[in-house]
Design a protein around this ligand. Structure first.
Ligand code: HEC
Length: 143
């Protein structure tokens, strides 16, 4: 039994090292780049925003919009629209956003590849982003 447990532990450690290396090596467009409206994948109606949603919008523009598009409309060749039924709360609850920002994402719904963790983003900033994205989703009939 001990040998088996050690074997499992070794596999877990190796898997951890493997994914860490993978995250370091993967590449994508620079997160700071500006989104290009010509690459939008969906049309998003932007509602009037509460102050904490506005704060989230500013963080989203700085850290996420290069790939996910202005107002989460997606960017062809870069990243998926978040104002999309795939990301409604029942399918991707708020925790998916915290995990994506902190740990990155192994791409599985779209052909864009993986998302790297976003350097230096805080939980409070991510909470603002979630509030912003949920407000946009509600305005566009996704809930
Ligand atoms: C360098 C491009 C890039 C940046 C910057 C980026 N993303 Fe992503 N994001 C992606 C890609 C690619 C996927 C994977 C889509 C798939 O499943 O195929 C993804 C997936 C996600 C998902 C879905 C997670 C899941 O569980 O399926 C969420 C939520 C998300 N991103 C939020 C964010 C937030 C919030 C930010 C900013 C803090 C951000 N992303 C910045 C490219 C990016």
């Amino acid at each position: 039994m001990i040998t088996k447990a050690r074997g499992v532990a070794a596999v877990l450690v190796l898997a951890g090292i493997g994914s860490a290396v993978w995250w370091v090596w993967q590449s994508g467009p620079p997160p700071g780049g500006a989104p290009d409206p010509a690459l939008n994948m969906v049309t998003v109606r932007v509602p009037a925003l509460a102050p904490h949603e506005e704060a989230g919008a500013a963080t989203f523009d700085a850290s996420c919009a290069a790939c996910h598009g202005a107002a989460g409309a997606g960017q062809e060749g870069r990243g998926p629209p978040l104002i999309h039924p795939i990301y409604e709360p029942g399918h991707h609850p708020d925790g998916a956003f915290y995990a994506a920002a902190q740990l990155g994402v192994h791409g599985h719904h779209w052909p864009f590849g993986d998302m790297a963790a976003v350097e230096g983003i805080t939980e409070a900033e991510t909470a603002g982003i979630v509030a912003y994205i949920r407000a946009l989703q509600r305005e566009n009939g996704i809930y």
